[in-house]
Design a protein around this ligand. Structure first.
Ligand code: DX5
Ligand code: ZN
Length: 227
């Protein structure tokens, strides 16, 4: 039997940060021991909100050495892959639900020296991503409807996280599971136990003291017995 140690990572989503001092906020995340900076890119089409794009990411790239993950909630990710790579991101995550051919977008991402992630919305069954898992480094399970931070965790997502964990482990796939939306101190343990490797959190980290919030997440991570 292969026993794989899971390292749980904390990924602050800057969507709840104070954008007037974004660099300072990112530096606090690094000081607090965060592992990945999660960047929510929205186009007003795929989701009913608009955030920021490669220009902003390029300017905040210098704030930290942490890996940056661009979570693209945009209808045509294929058109912008190069721009995000040039902006300096390390991971590009695209949604399974976009109407273009997802396989070719993933191929395009992998052709650059960056990692590829695939995200699924709460109403998209896990079955819909299975066939793509051998092509990606990262599966991002949305536990809220994408578009806004500060929403409540959708409980039925726990079953999907468990299914993904089971499938990835039993097929020996090297794919990390991220969970995004409504991840807070009070539910982090349950989410990790279900199978998450990466906890993405915006309001759970940026509301209040960033360093303390990350430390609390870390304490919870360390308290979980990963058999
Ligand atoms: C939602 C974004 C999330 C969001 C999470 O569309 O993808 O990353 O910022 O926010 P919280 O953690 O506040 O639910
Ligand atoms: Zn996100």
């Amino acid at each position: 039997m292969v026993i794989r140690m899971r390292k749980i990572m904390i990924a602050p989503s800057i969507l709840s940060a104070d954008f007037s001092k974004l660099c300072d906020e990112i530096k606090k995340c690094e000081k607090g021991g965060a592992d990945i900076i999660h960047l929510d890119v929205m186009d007003g089409h795929f989701v009913p909100n608009i955030t920021f794009g490669p220009v902003v990411i390029k300017s905040i790239r210098k704030c930290s050495k942490m890996p940056y993950d661009a979570h693209l909630m945009i209808e045509r990710p294929d058109k912008f892959i190069k721009d995000f790579v040039n902006a300096g991101v390390d991971i590009i995550t695209v949604h399974r639900e976009v109407s273009i051919d997802i396989r070719s977008v993933i191929r395009k991402i992998k052709n650059y020296a960056v990692e590829a992630g695939i995200a699924i919305n709460p109403d998209t069954p896990f079955e819909k991503v299975k066939e793509h898992l051998s092509d990606v480094n990262y599966l991002l399970i949305m536990s809220v409807y994408p578009g806004f931070s500060g929403q409540s965790f959708i409980e039925r997502t726990i079953g999907k996280i468990r299914d993904a964990r089971k499938y990835i482990d039993s097929n020996g796939l090297d794919v990390k599971i991220g969970v995004d939306g409504g991840v807070k101190h009070h539910n982090a343990k349950k989410i990790i136990e279900a199978g998450a490797d990466i906890l993405v959190s915006a309001s759970g980290i940026f509301k209040g003291d960033i360093v303390k919030n990350i430390a609390e997440f870390r304490k919870i991570v360390e308290s979980v017995n990963l058999h």
